[in-house]
Design a protein around this ligand. Sequence first.
Ligand code: ADP
Ligand code: MG
Length: 255
Amino acid sequence: MELRLEEIRHAYGQTEVLDGISLDVPSGQILCLIGPSGCGKSTLLRIAGGLERPVSGRVVQVGEPEGSSLNPLTYIFQDFALLPWRSVAGNVALVLEDHGLSRAEIAEITEDVLTRTGLIDFREAFPKSLSGGMKQRVAIARALAVKPAVWLMDEPLSALDAQTRELLMDDLVGLWTRAPFTAIYVTHNLAEAVRLGHRIAVLSRRPGRVREIVEVRTPLEARRTADPQLEAHQRRLWSLIRDEAKAADRELIGG
Ligand code: ADP
Ligand code: MG
């Protein structure tokens, strides 16, 4: 399924947050969203997922989600949002309940997604015994279980250390390569953006506007750190972000 954001405007009271954002997320592509803090990235993601209504503009779903999708628009957040009193398998099974599936079907899907995310040996573990990286893998497994048509990811790796972020990026590339998914991936980490984005939309400071869309043509599975082309993209993104962040910073200090 393809997602189209058309001329999205949003404000909280007098504060204009988004100023006419139009973005296309083609089926099977990852669109990264970067921009200075407070420019409206999370707001845009909530609007994309229907959690918030924009002041004007619309979100259009083009094409049908895959027939077996239980939750077409699925979020993954920075803080994992796992239930501490449920095991790894229990956290995954939770999202499969109330969909009229049999216990056997729930067990089969849970087993499948835990295998795909390397968690099968941890199925009985509880979140408190897991590292941050493992917790986020559980959140990814839980999202896989409902077969999202579009993944809405809000800085999913920000709470993790650098090595764990690398491992999780490898995981996401592996999952995408085996079964390409459609996603909006918000990050403030430029290395993540050039590793995971087919296109990277750079937003301006608040009120957020699309400043530029950078297309990265290297296939996801062929992207390596220290690739001169990716580094060039990263430098370009940095120059755009730096200007916007500086301006945002001056505005704040200037009151
Ligand atoms: P980002 O994710 O890019 O850091 P957000 O979308 O979280 O930005 O926020 C954009 C702006 O909107 C910020 O100035 C923030 O303080 C404000 N904001 C976000 N959510 C609300 C809300 N529910 N009520 C009022 N203001 C909000
Ligand atoms: Mg945010």
